[in-house]
Design a protein around this ligand. Structure first.
Ligand code: AN7
Length: 354
Protein backbone atom coordinates (compact mmCIF):
# COMPACT_ATOMS: atom_id res chain seq x y z
CA UNK A 1 0.00 0.00 0.00
CA UNK A 2 0.93 3.63 -0.32
CA UNK A 3 3.52 5.15 1.99
CA UNK A 4 1.18 8.11 2.35
CA UNK A 5 -1.75 7.68 4.69
CA UNK A 6 -5.05 7.71 2.80
CA UNK A 7 -8.26 9.15 4.17
CA UNK A 8 -8.90 11.45 7.11
CA UNK A 9 -8.63 8.82 9.85
CA UNK A 10 -5.27 7.49 8.70
CA UNK A 11 -3.93 11.01 8.24
CA UNK A 12 -5.17 12.61 11.47
CA UNK A 13 -5.59 9.61 13.73
CA UNK A 14 -4.03 11.27 16.79
CA UNK A 15 -6.78 13.91 16.74
CA UNK A 16 -9.68 11.49 16.26
CA UNK A 17 -11.64 9.21 18.64
CA UNK A 18 -10.63 5.86 17.10
CA UNK A 19 -8.87 2.85 18.57
CA UNK A 20 -7.26 -0.30 17.19
CA UNK A 21 -10.71 -1.87 17.46
CA UNK A 22 -12.36 0.65 15.14
CA UNK A 23 -12.91 -0.83 11.66
CA UNK A 24 -11.95 1.99 9.30
CA UNK A 25 -14.39 2.61 6.45
CA UNK A 26 -12.74 5.04 4.05
CA UNK A 27 -13.08 6.09 0.42
CA UNK A 28 -9.86 8.15 0.66
CA UNK A 29 -11.75 11.30 1.55
CA UNK A 30 -9.91 14.51 2.38
CA UNK A 31 -6.69 16.02 1.06
CA UNK A 32 -8.83 18.24 -1.14
CA UNK A 33 -7.20 21.04 -3.10
CA UNK A 34 -6.72 24.50 -1.60
CA UNK A 35 -6.66 26.61 -4.72
CA UNK A 36 -5.56 30.25 -4.91
CA UNK A 37 -8.39 32.34 -6.38
CA UNK A 38 -6.20 34.76 -8.26
CA UNK A 39 -8.88 36.77 -10.02
CA UNK A 40 -11.08 37.14 -6.98
CA UNK A 41 -8.51 38.50 -4.53
CA UNK A 42 -7.03 40.86 -7.12
CA UNK A 43 -10.25 42.80 -7.52
CA UNK A 44 -10.36 43.88 -3.89
CA UNK A 45 -8.93 47.11 -2.55
CA UNK A 46 -6.42 46.35 -1.12
CA UNK A 47 -5.87 43.07 -2.99
CA UNK A 48 -5.77 40.08 -0.63
CA UNK A 49 -4.88 36.39 -0.85
CA UNK A 50 -8.01 34.25 -1.31
CA UNK A 51 -7.98 30.44 -1.31
CA UNK A 52 -10.78 28.07 -2.16
CA UNK A 53 -10.97 24.83 -0.16
CA UNK A 54 -12.56 22.65 -2.84
CA UNK A 55 -14.52 20.05 -0.93
CA UNK A 56 -16.36 18.95 -4.06
CA UNK A 57 -13.24 16.86 -4.77
CA UNK A 58 -14.17 14.41 -2.01
CA UNK A 59 -15.30 10.90 -3.07
CA UNK A 60 -19.03 11.67 -3.14
CA UNK A 61 -18.51 15.30 -4.13
CA UNK A 62 -18.98 17.08 -0.81
CA UNK A 63 -17.40 17.79 2.58
CA UNK A 64 -19.82 15.34 4.20
CA UNK A 65 -17.44 12.46 3.44
CA UNK A 66 -14.98 13.56 6.14
CA UNK A 67 -17.56 13.19 8.88
CA UNK A 68 -19.27 10.20 7.30
CA UNK A 69 -15.98 8.28 7.33
CA UNK A 70 -15.91 8.61 11.12
CA UNK A 71 -19.64 8.17 11.71
CA UNK A 72 -19.88 4.99 9.62
CA UNK A 73 -16.67 3.54 11.08
CA UNK A 74 -18.01 4.11 14.61
CA UNK A 75 -21.44 2.72 13.69
CA UNK A 76 -19.73 -0.44 12.46
CA UNK A 77 -17.62 -0.60 15.62
CA UNK A 78 -20.72 -0.55 17.81
CA UNK A 79 -22.38 -3.10 15.53
CA UNK A 80 -25.31 -0.87 14.57
CA UNK A 81 -27.87 -2.73 12.46
CA UNK A 82 -28.52 0.23 10.14
CA UNK A 83 -28.01 3.99 9.87
CA UNK A 84 -30.48 6.76 9.10
CA UNK A 85 -30.32 10.44 8.22
CA UNK A 86 -32.43 13.38 7.12
CA UNK A 87 -30.87 15.35 4.32
CA UNK A 88 -30.98 18.22 1.87
CA UNK A 89 -29.01 15.85 -0.38
CA UNK A 90 -25.31 15.66 0.34
CA UNK A 91 -25.53 13.87 3.67
CA UNK A 92 -27.75 11.26 2.07
CA UNK A 93 -25.33 10.81 -0.83
CA UNK A 94 -22.38 10.39 1.50
CA UNK A 95 -24.17 8.10 3.97
CA UNK A 96 -25.33 5.92 1.08
CA UNK A 97 -21.81 5.51 -0.31
CA UNK A 98 -20.07 4.86 3.02
CA UNK A 99 -22.91 2.60 4.15
CA UNK A 100 -22.56 0.57 0.95
CA UNK A 101 -18.85 0.23 1.53
CA UNK A 102 -19.38 -0.84 5.15
CA UNK A 103 -22.19 -3.26 4.29
CA UNK A 104 -24.54 -1.29 6.53
CA UNK A 105 -28.13 -0.63 5.43
CA UNK A 106 -28.84 3.10 5.00
CA UNK A 107 -32.19 4.88 5.15
CA UNK A 108 -32.40 8.49 4.00
CA UNK A 109 -35.34 10.82 4.58
CA UNK A 110 -35.48 13.77 2.21
CA UNK A 111 -37.88 16.58 1.29
CA UNK A 112 -39.76 15.46 -1.82
CA UNK A 113 -38.72 17.27 -4.98
CA UNK A 114 -36.36 19.59 -3.08
CA UNK A 115 -32.97 17.96 -3.46
CA UNK A 116 -30.66 18.23 -6.46
CA UNK A 117 -31.00 15.32 -8.88
CA UNK A 118 -27.34 14.29 -8.74
CA UNK A 119 -27.60 13.77 -4.99
CA UNK A 120 -30.77 11.71 -5.29
CA UNK A 121 -29.10 9.60 -7.98
CA UNK A 122 -26.21 8.92 -5.62
CA UNK A 123 -28.49 7.66 -2.83
CA UNK A 124 -30.34 5.44 -5.29
CA UNK A 125 -27.34 3.93 -7.04
CA UNK A 126 -25.66 3.07 -3.73
CA UNK A 127 -28.78 1.15 -2.73
CA UNK A 128 -30.13 3.24 0.14
CA UNK A 129 -33.77 3.11 1.19
CA UNK A 130 -34.95 6.54 0.08
CA UNK A 131 -38.03 8.01 1.73
CA UNK A 132 -39.27 11.28 0.27
CA UNK A 133 -41.59 13.22 2.54
CA UNK A 134 -43.94 16.13 2.05
CA UNK A 135 -42.16 18.47 4.38
CA UNK A 136 -38.83 20.27 4.59
CA UNK A 137 -35.47 19.22 6.03
CA UNK A 138 -36.36 20.37 9.55
CA UNK A 139 -39.45 18.15 9.56
CA UNK A 140 -37.37 15.26 8.21
CA UNK A 141 -34.73 15.65 10.92
CA UNK A 142 -37.35 15.72 13.68
CA UNK A 143 -38.84 12.54 12.28
CA UNK A 144 -35.48 10.83 12.00
CA UNK A 145 -34.61 11.64 15.62
CA UNK A 146 -37.83 10.07 16.81
CA UNK A 147 -37.58 6.97 14.61
CA UNK A 148 -33.91 6.39 15.42
CA UNK A 149 -34.66 6.36 19.14
CA UNK A 150 -37.62 3.97 18.76
CA UNK A 151 -36.03 1.56 16.32
CA UNK A 152 -32.41 1.73 17.57
CA UNK A 153 -30.93 3.03 14.34
CA UNK A 154 -27.73 5.07 14.26
CA UNK A 155 -28.25 8.69 13.21
CA UNK A 156 -25.53 10.00 10.91
CA UNK A 157 -26.66 13.62 10.76
CA UNK A 158 -24.25 16.10 12.32
CA UNK A 159 -25.97 15.72 15.70
CA UNK A 160 -23.80 12.57 15.70
CA UNK A 161 -20.59 13.92 17.31
CA UNK A 162 -18.37 11.73 15.10
CA UNK A 163 -19.52 13.74 12.07
CA UNK A 164 -18.08 16.92 13.59
CA UNK A 165 -14.90 15.07 14.56
CA UNK A 166 -14.28 13.96 11.00
CA UNK A 167 -15.18 17.29 9.45
CA UNK A 168 -12.72 19.21 11.64
CA UNK A 169 -9.90 17.63 9.58
CA UNK A 170 -10.60 20.18 6.83
CA UNK A 171 -9.27 22.91 9.15
CA UNK A 172 -6.14 20.82 9.76
CA UNK A 173 -5.55 20.49 6.02
CA UNK A 174 -5.92 24.23 5.44
CA UNK A 175 -3.23 24.92 8.07
CA UNK A 176 -0.96 22.12 6.83
CA UNK A 177 -1.06 23.44 3.27
CA UNK A 178 -0.78 27.17 4.10
CA UNK A 179 1.86 26.47 6.74
CA UNK A 180 -0.13 28.80 8.99
CA UNK A 181 -3.74 29.74 9.74
CA UNK A 182 -5.83 32.04 7.55
CA UNK A 183 -7.04 35.38 8.92
CA UNK A 184 -10.64 34.65 7.97
CA UNK A 185 -12.51 31.45 7.11
CA UNK A 186 -15.76 31.80 5.12
CA UNK A 187 -18.37 29.02 5.04
CA UNK A 188 -21.96 28.46 3.98
CA UNK A 189 -24.18 27.65 6.97
CA UNK A 190 -27.17 25.31 6.85
CA UNK A 191 -27.50 22.93 9.76
CA UNK A 192 -24.36 24.64 11.10
CA UNK A 193 -22.30 21.49 11.69
CA UNK A 194 -19.44 22.41 9.39
CA UNK A 195 -18.63 25.81 10.88
CA UNK A 196 -18.74 24.10 14.28
CA UNK A 197 -16.33 21.45 13.03
CA UNK A 198 -13.83 23.88 11.49
CA UNK A 199 -13.79 25.94 14.68
CA UNK A 200 -13.09 22.80 16.73
CA UNK A 201 -10.31 21.86 14.32
CA UNK A 202 -8.64 25.24 14.44
CA UNK A 203 -8.79 25.30 18.26
CA UNK A 204 -7.30 21.81 18.52
CA UNK A 205 -4.48 22.75 16.15
CA UNK A 206 -3.76 25.82 18.27
CA UNK A 207 -3.75 23.73 21.45
CA UNK A 208 -1.32 21.34 19.75
CA UNK A 209 0.84 24.37 18.85
CA UNK A 210 0.54 23.72 15.12
CA UNK A 211 -0.79 27.27 14.64
CA UNK A 212 -0.25 30.39 16.73
CA UNK A 213 -3.65 32.08 16.58
CA UNK A 214 -7.19 31.46 15.38
CA UNK A 215 -9.01 32.66 12.27
CA UNK A 216 -12.25 34.59 12.40
CA UNK A 217 -15.13 32.28 11.49
CA UNK A 218 -17.46 33.84 8.92
CA UNK A 219 -20.66 31.88 8.33
CA UNK A 220 -23.24 32.78 5.67
CA UNK A 221 -26.84 31.67 5.50
CA UNK A 222 -29.18 32.26 2.56
CA UNK A 223 -31.40 35.27 3.24
CA UNK A 224 -34.60 33.18 2.97
CA UNK A 225 -33.21 30.58 5.37
CA UNK A 226 -31.31 32.64 7.93
CA UNK A 227 -32.61 31.67 11.38
CA UNK A 228 -29.32 32.36 13.17
CA UNK A 229 -29.10 35.84 11.66
CA UNK A 230 -32.66 36.87 12.43
CA UNK A 231 -32.67 35.09 15.78
CA UNK A 232 -35.66 32.81 15.32
CA UNK A 233 -36.69 29.56 13.63
CA UNK A 234 -37.78 30.00 10.00
CA UNK A 235 -40.79 27.76 9.39
CA UNK A 236 -40.76 27.87 5.60
CA UNK A 237 -37.15 28.41 4.54
CA UNK A 238 -36.73 29.31 0.87
CA UNK A 239 -33.59 29.64 -1.25
CA UNK A 240 -32.20 28.49 -4.59
CA UNK A 241 -29.38 26.95 -2.57
CA UNK A 242 -31.34 23.80 -1.72
CA UNK A 243 -28.51 22.31 0.36
CA UNK A 244 -28.89 25.08 2.95
CA UNK A 245 -32.68 25.39 2.90
CA UNK A 246 -32.83 24.82 6.67
CA UNK A 247 -34.90 26.80 9.15
CA UNK A 248 -33.88 25.32 12.50
CA UNK A 249 -30.19 24.33 12.50
CA UNK A 250 -29.14 21.55 14.86
CA UNK A 251 -25.80 23.20 15.70
CA UNK A 252 -27.29 26.70 16.06
CA UNK A 253 -25.65 27.48 19.42
CA UNK A 254 -22.26 26.01 18.51
CA UNK A 255 -22.17 28.04 15.31
CA UNK A 256 -23.13 31.24 17.10
CA UNK A 257 -20.36 30.49 19.63
CA UNK A 258 -17.79 29.91 16.89
CA UNK A 259 -18.59 33.29 15.38
CA UNK A 260 -18.63 35.09 18.74
CA UNK A 261 -15.48 33.48 20.19
CA UNK A 262 -13.48 34.08 17.01
CA UNK A 263 -14.69 37.68 16.54
CA UNK A 264 -16.29 36.51 13.31
CA UNK A 265 -19.91 36.66 12.23
CA UNK A 266 -22.97 34.76 11.06
CA UNK A 267 -24.48 36.85 8.28
CA UNK A 268 -26.63 36.27 5.22
CA UNK A 269 -26.53 36.68 1.44
CA UNK A 270 -29.39 36.90 -1.04
CA UNK A 271 -30.09 34.29 -3.72
CA UNK A 272 -28.90 36.78 -6.36
CA UNK A 273 -25.61 37.24 -4.50
CA UNK A 274 -25.23 33.46 -4.20
CA UNK A 275 -25.85 32.90 -7.93
CA UNK A 276 -23.49 35.74 -8.91
CA UNK A 277 -20.74 34.18 -6.80
CA UNK A 278 -21.59 30.72 -8.20
CA UNK A 279 -21.09 31.97 -11.75
CA UNK A 280 -18.02 34.00 -10.84
CA UNK A 281 -16.03 31.08 -9.43
CA UNK A 282 -16.98 28.99 -12.45
CA UNK A 283 -16.20 31.66 -15.06
CA UNK A 284 -13.16 33.30 -13.47
CA UNK A 285 -11.52 30.59 -11.37
CA UNK A 286 -12.49 27.47 -13.32
CA UNK A 287 -14.16 25.81 -10.35
CA UNK A 288 -17.67 24.40 -10.54
CA UNK A 289 -19.30 24.31 -7.11
CA UNK A 290 -22.93 23.89 -6.18
CA UNK A 291 -25.05 26.97 -5.40
CA UNK A 292 -25.01 26.54 -1.59
CA UNK A 293 -21.21 26.41 -1.65
CA UNK A 294 -21.08 29.81 -3.31
CA UNK A 295 -22.64 31.40 -0.21
CA UNK A 296 -19.11 31.53 1.23
CA UNK A 297 -17.78 33.49 -1.74
CA UNK A 298 -20.90 35.68 -1.80
CA UNK A 299 -20.20 36.49 1.84
CA UNK A 300 -16.60 37.33 1.01
CA UNK A 301 -17.69 39.67 -1.79
CA UNK A 302 -20.23 41.33 0.51
CA UNK A 303 -17.67 42.02 3.22
CA UNK A 304 -15.00 43.08 0.70
CA UNK A 305 -17.45 45.74 -0.49
CA UNK A 306 -17.86 46.80 3.13
CA UNK A 307 -14.06 47.27 3.22
CA UNK A 308 -13.17 45.02 6.17
CA UNK A 309 -9.95 43.54 4.76
CA UNK A 310 -6.31 44.63 5.12
CA UNK A 311 -3.43 44.00 2.73
CA UNK A 312 -1.90 41.06 4.61
CA UNK A 313 -5.11 39.18 5.23
CA UNK A 314 -5.38 35.61 3.95
CA UNK A 315 -8.90 34.36 3.39
CA UNK A 316 -10.13 30.81 2.87
CA UNK A 317 -13.59 30.11 1.46
CA UNK A 318 -14.86 26.54 1.67
CA UNK A 319 -16.65 25.38 -1.47
CA UNK A 320 -18.62 22.59 0.17
CA UNK A 321 -19.96 20.61 -2.80
CA UNK A 322 -19.41 19.91 -6.49
CA UNK A 323 -21.34 21.73 -9.18
CA UNK A 324 -22.16 18.53 -11.05
CA UNK A 325 -24.58 17.58 -8.28
CA UNK A 326 -27.03 20.18 -9.55
CA UNK A 327 -26.71 20.56 -13.30
CA UNK A 328 -30.29 21.87 -13.58
CA UNK A 329 -29.28 25.05 -11.75
CA UNK A 330 -26.22 25.51 -13.93
CA UNK A 331 -28.28 25.18 -17.09
CA UNK A 332 -30.83 27.65 -15.75
CA UNK A 333 -28.39 30.43 -14.86
CA UNK A 334 -25.45 30.06 -17.25
CA UNK A 335 -24.42 33.36 -18.86
CA UNK A 336 -23.91 31.85 -22.31
CA UNK A 337 -26.72 29.65 -23.55
CA UNK A 338 -25.83 27.04 -26.13
CA UNK A 339 -26.62 27.69 -29.78
CA UNK A 340 -27.76 25.10 -32.27
CA UNK A 341 -26.38 25.49 -35.78
CA UNK A 342 -26.24 23.34 -38.87
CA UNK A 343 -22.94 21.51 -39.17
CA UNK A 344 -22.13 23.55 -42.23
CA UNK A 345 -22.57 26.81 -40.32
CA UNK A 346 -20.08 26.17 -37.49
CA UNK A 347 -17.26 28.15 -39.13
CA UNK A 348 -19.55 31.12 -39.64
CA UNK A 349 -20.87 30.96 -36.04
CA UNK A 350 -17.32 31.01 -34.66
CA UNK A 351 -16.37 34.06 -36.74
CA UNK A 352 -18.68 36.29 -34.77
CA UNK A 353 -17.70 34.85 -31.39
CA UNK A 354 -14.44 36.39 -30.06
C1 AN7 B 1 -23.10 21.85 -0.28
O1 AN7 B 1 -26.92 17.21 3.23
O2 AN7 B 1 -27.49 19.60 5.64
O3 AN7 B 1 -23.98 24.04 7.99
O4 AN7 B 1 -28.47 17.27 4.72
O5 AN7 B 1 -24.74 20.22 1.34
O6 AN7 B 1 -22.81 21.83 8.15
O7 AN7 B 1 -25.22 21.95 7.52
C2 AN7 B 1 -26.12 19.80 3.74
C3 AN7 B 1 -25.49 20.97 4.07
C4 AN7 B 1 -23.25 23.65 2.90
C5 AN7 B 1 -24.29 23.35 5.06
N1 AN7 B 1 -22.97 23.30 1.64
O8 AN7 B 1 -23.46 22.71 5.98
C6 AN7 B 1 -27.50 17.78 4.17
C7 AN7 B 1 -27.05 19.11 4.59
C8 AN7 B 1 -23.46 22.16 1.12
C9 AN7 B 1 -24.28 21.34 1.90
C10 AN7 B 1 -24.05 22.88 3.70
C11 AN7 B 1 -24.60 21.71 3.20
P1 AN7 B 1 -23.88 22.61 7.50
Amino acid sequence: MSKHPQGVIATYREFLPVTDKTPIVSLHEGRTPLIAARQLGKTFNPPIAVYLKCEGFNPTGSFKDRGMCLAISKALEKKARAVICASTGNTSASASAYGARAGLPVCVVIPEGEIAMGKLAQAIIHGAKVLQIKGNFDVALDMVKEIAANQSLEIVNSINPFRIEGQKTAAFEVCDVLGTMPTYHFLPVGNAGNITAYWKGYREYKDAKRISSLPKMMGFQAAGAAPIVIGRVVNNPETVASAIRIGNPASWKAAANAAAESSGTIDMVTDDEILDAYKMVAEQEGIFCEPASAASVAGLLKLARAGIFQANDAVVCTLTGHGLKDVDRAMAVASRPTTCVNAGDVAEAIRGWL
